[in-house]
Design a protein around this ligand. Sequence first.
Ligand code: LFR
Length: 500
Amino acid sequence: MKIKRHLAFDFGAESGRAIVGSIEDGRLTMEEIHRFPTQSMFVHHSLRWNVYRFYEEIIRGMRNYVAKYGNELESIGIDTWGCDYGFLAKDGTLLEMPYQYRDSRTGGTSEVIEETLGKKKVYDITGIQFLNINTLNQMISVVRDTPGRFDDAEDMLFIGDILHYLLSGKKGAEFTVASTSQMLDAYGKNWSDEIFKGFGFPEKLKTKIIFAGDVLGTIDPALAEEVGLSPDVKIVVPAVHDTASAATSIPAEGSDWAYISSGTWCMVGLETDAPVINDMSFQLNISNSGGSLGKNLFLKNVMGLWIIQQCKKAWNRTMPDLDYPEIVERAMKAKPFAAFIEPDDDLFFAPHDNIAAIREYLEKTGQTGVDTNDVGTVARIVYESLALKYRYVVDLLKKATGKNVSVLHIIGGGTKNALLNQFSANALGFKVITGPTEATGTGNLLLQAYGCGELNSLGEIRNIVRNSNDFEVFDADEGSKQEWARAYEDFQKICGLEQI
Ligand code: LFR
């Protein structure tokens, strides 16, 4: 039988990869054929994404595919981070380099939300947590500071949608990524008129919403010819929001589980069948991020591995050879619970020097006598604090839904850190199951296979995930149970997080 191959492009904030996948004998085989840095860049004091460079990397990935497998390919699909978008002119020209969500233009936009429709109203419509990175905040800054940008704009597409458009000439805003905008009606799964009218966004920017598994079209014939692919390669949209593609590949069974999609951001969540929008979820600022195949991702962003990535950047200035295994090794040997940080403090959002930011945080919370020059000490503080924040968020999710949780699935690149996995189990006091590591690529490929009719349901997708991966289990360490329980209380007190 002919093997049906799919090609996934998974773009992260730091790096991207092209992965070939095919389902054979009930298992997904995956092979990475291209890896490249993504990373935003400063242009005239603003932080931007060079989307055409991403396009170039996609072309390179397609050429690598052809060199290895020839011109036959079932489909291509792309996923990226959420929130960021670009405007297209009527003729499809990208009007400016899209902003990166950490750009400072969103300063003061949270106040505008409160003064305009009010936060409660916006939450009741969208069910999305308030974060300055949201598209809503970015769009408010356009209305406030650069309204002329709307003049020639005909469509608003998210980064992954722009890349799909470059491949196929077809425009659509995929639902999971569009949900991160905080501009959709959570129940209607479409753009909210109230949000558009309320904030003065032009109606013409309501690009048609499409869904994971939809066949957008086929590859542009001229592009197919240029890279040597057959012109009937389909462009099948996965969950364009990486977090939603990753969640598709959670190997869970039963219902009492929570998950973390662990990477630059750590998304801590529960999967539900419908949005959970109530006073409690509003107060606790929990998102109802769109999931694939009808699911709802009830989750919160935790600043995640970004913090340690930024520490590494600072350390590498004087210790260029210091790598992650060494950082983890040193953390393992450091003293437990020397201090705590709140990972989501503003200090850590876009720090110039993250070690200085940690020092400042310890100072402002009165935590003295900590050797912040020691790599192991700082790394351990970060890892322990992350694990404790996971516990805190899982407790919030339980409180808002009344759901019981007795297993945590951690998926994504962050699962490679066994120390953090163990800390997470200890902090939560129950079992952590890790894998798949390439969760986003896995979800992307299997949603393409679904779109091509090879699979029929989320259940079938998850069966394939379970058959195709090895998973690791981390049990909570009984010996240090009391210490972790005490640390959780101290963490909440010091970090100003209300007791749950
Ligand atoms: C993770 C992620 C998060 C989103 C953040 C910014 O990569 O997609 O889900 O909140 O990036 O877009």
